[in-house]
Design a protein around this ligand. Sequence first.
Ligand SMILES: [Zn+2]
Length: 229
Amino acid sequence: MSTLFDRQYTCPVCKNPFTSKQVKTSAIRAKERKKDFHTIFSSDNPTFYGVICCPACGYAKFEGDFKQEISAKTAQTVKDAITRNWKPQDFTGERDLMAAITVHLIALVNYKVLGEKQAIIGKLLLRLAWFYEELDSVEDNKKYVQLALDAFIRSYESEKQEDEEEKELEIIYLIGELNRQLGNFKEAIRWFEMVVRHEFAFKNRLIKNYAKEQWALSAEQYNLMKTGS
Ligand SMILES: [Zn+2]
């Protein structure tokens, strides 16, 4: 029996109604959760379906954002920058890893064209990093980890987080973890320390505990690197 079902959408840009597959919540099975929030699934992967893409015009965003009303000006920007170059492509059916990568890249172009927040662009780039990791593509994984890191740093430096301190804490933590993944251990430690000492760290014990663990791991890796060279 399929664990996928069709959900109905109406494109806010071109008004096209269409259905797109999603994974049934009851069928989702997580196998492993990594420290950058990357979850490995033994079932169909719901992350593959996180972005909705209108097959008619190329408007693509995270599902929650896709369903939002947009202004006429925003719709026009999408039409001018996306639809005009859009060759009909359909991501509404079952998605494999490659389809997930492609549809997330299309969403990335949409978010950039619309000048959306670095925090959300970082989230998209991080998912691409996960997908390339699942593809065992070391170079592309590294490239997207770096791009996600850059976006989160820009977000931290210049954007007020809507869900305030909770969102900020998550971003500071990810800046630490992505630095660690890239081998910048001293830099990673600096950010993990910021998480642990953050005045609202008590509100998110999961992230605080992750930060402590990854801080210790970074210190270990840093020492290994020093003695190894
Ligand atoms: Zn559309």
